[in-house]
Design a protein around this ligand. Sequence first.
Ligand code: SF4
Ligand code: SF4
Length: 221
Amino acid sequence: MANDKRFLDNRKYGHDDLAPIGCNDCLGCDSCCHGMGDTIVQDPYDMWLFCKNMRVSGGAQVTFELLISEDGPWELSYQDGVVLPNIKMVEDGRCPFLNDKRCSIHPIRSGLCRLFPLGRAFLDDKIDYYVMGGRYGCERHSDDAHMVSIKEWLGYPDIDRYEKFQISWHEIKTNIREASSEISYEEYKKLQEKLLDNFYKIPYKDNFFDDYERRVSRWKM
Ligand code: SF4
Ligand code: SF4
């Protein structure tokens, strides 16, 4: 990899590697839960994990429609040419799930929250991880980081299947981006609606990965 100032070092890591990312449980710092704008994009796995574990008052299941409603914690935004949901920051720029300087949904926080301060690059059949540095990373990680396995840091019970899902999801989004310059605006809008219908609006079954793979097999642009 070329020397890139976004990275703490010039290494790429696999999920079994140890990386200098341990930050002693953040020790009262909550700076990466502020001022994130629309960047905490929520993928279908994030939605499944959230909906499976949260209930609205009265016990009803959380749905995509509720999440993106006016009072919900998500909103839709353009993310590099694809309309996707992201966590909607509250008025002072803080994440709505930040409570008393701690993440109130820590065990079910989304993939991008888990990833920080790692970046990732998608290859055909694998993901390379990088440690972000400087203003892209976490100062505490750079100054006082201890080594942690990336698999442990991300905390997913089945990292192989999770990465397989991420690679597939990345490919679907890339295909939409690439197609967008070749189709009419009306066709693009329909494609976007189809993406949200197929991968977000219908609640996922208990086994996320099986359900996701079924949806991919039905997906045609
Ligand atoms: S900036 Fe670093 S130490 Fe602070 S909350 Fe984020 S990850 Fe934790
Ligand atoms: S979901 Fe949790 S970890 Fe992610 S930005 Fe919000 S408070 Fe921080």
